[in-house]
Write a protein that binds this ligand. Sequence first.
Ligand code: 3PG
Ligand code: MG
Length: 408
Amino acid sequence: MRDFNTLDDFNLENKTVLLRVDFNMPLDKNTLDILDTTRIERVLPTIKELIEQNAKTVILAHQGRRGSWDFISLEKHANALSNLLGRDIKFIDDIYGEKAKDAIRNLNSGEALLLDNVRQFDDETEKKPAEEHAQSELVQNLYPFADIFINDAFAAAHRPQCSLIGFTAVLPSCAGRLLEKELTTLEKIVANPEKPSVFLFGGAKFSDVIVTIERLLDNKTADKIILTGLPANAFLKAKGVQLGDKTEELLAKEGKPENYNEIKKLLGKYRDNVYLPTDFAQQKNTDRTEINVTELPTQYNLYDIGEKSIQNFINILRDAKTVFLSGPCGVFENPAFMKGTKEIFTYVANADVFSIVGGGHTVAAVEKLGLDSKISHISTGGGSLEKFMMGEKLPVVEALKAAKNRQF
Ligand code: 3PG
Ligand code: MG
């Protein structure tokens, strides 16, 4: 028995359900077209189940943040969902006004509609407890139309925002199939990973990774940490390696000066658990050439790990039983610098390990390499996944647990 409700706990026949999903998508900056529909695809089992059970499904979702270029309406999302589902999902360009209410009133059993971007509602992104969010205009206007609230937004589960938790204070609530599956799989990894467990961090961001690594090692969720990408560069810099102007510029843009002291402190505690590259591939003119860490600094961009590092890391991965991949090993979009990511990810996908992949860029890399069917669990989460792996409580999950004990 779970400490929150699931779809198994409710009879949905002719019921109106509010379904909160995470359709926050990577968009093309020029056309604003959706670049990857993974997050929509992963919610399809829940939506199909609701349709099959003759529920009237009202879907809530967000895209982007206020003021950012990818803050757009959800019309394209409704089209993508309709295409993937093979049936028409109506888009309503309203969230809780008369237009939205009329559309909900006219919904037939077995039909679904998508309301507009919930972040158009001013108070959506405020951090508040569920009971306070329940007093908002959004919740007060919509909840009287619904019988049940379903949250299937694992990727936003770390946000205590209005449409994510507010309804749990006023409606019987449960997790959708995606949230349920993510939690069931990831709980096992956090509580009881098969050992040794190796976590690999790469990609183009590093400031948030430092505390994540420390917590994973403190909690014994991770035994060994392999670093590639910008995190590797930052750790080498903290150890006194001069990388060269190009890399220093990237590091200065992404991190803060105090990050290097944090890294030194972390390495003081866990020097033997953190593995760094011993060589890189640099972009000399347009070519890939290898350079040892001992030969640095360089005037060129370091765009991948080198051959020796690839072999070292594969050796470390050889006895692993659990492997977590977060971030590509280099600029894998460029074929000349795909090698590190390709060889490491392919090794992990084919190894006899429980492999977990999370974060948009990592999932994209796995798909580009055609490895998705060989990864044990591909998470839809980025920030939420990281928080969960660190052992932090997720506000969405806590709200669903509280709702299970409430009488409505
Ligand atoms: C995400 O994509 O990380 C989630 O949808 C949450 O979005 P946010 O980081 O803008 O709150
Ligand atoms: Mg985010």
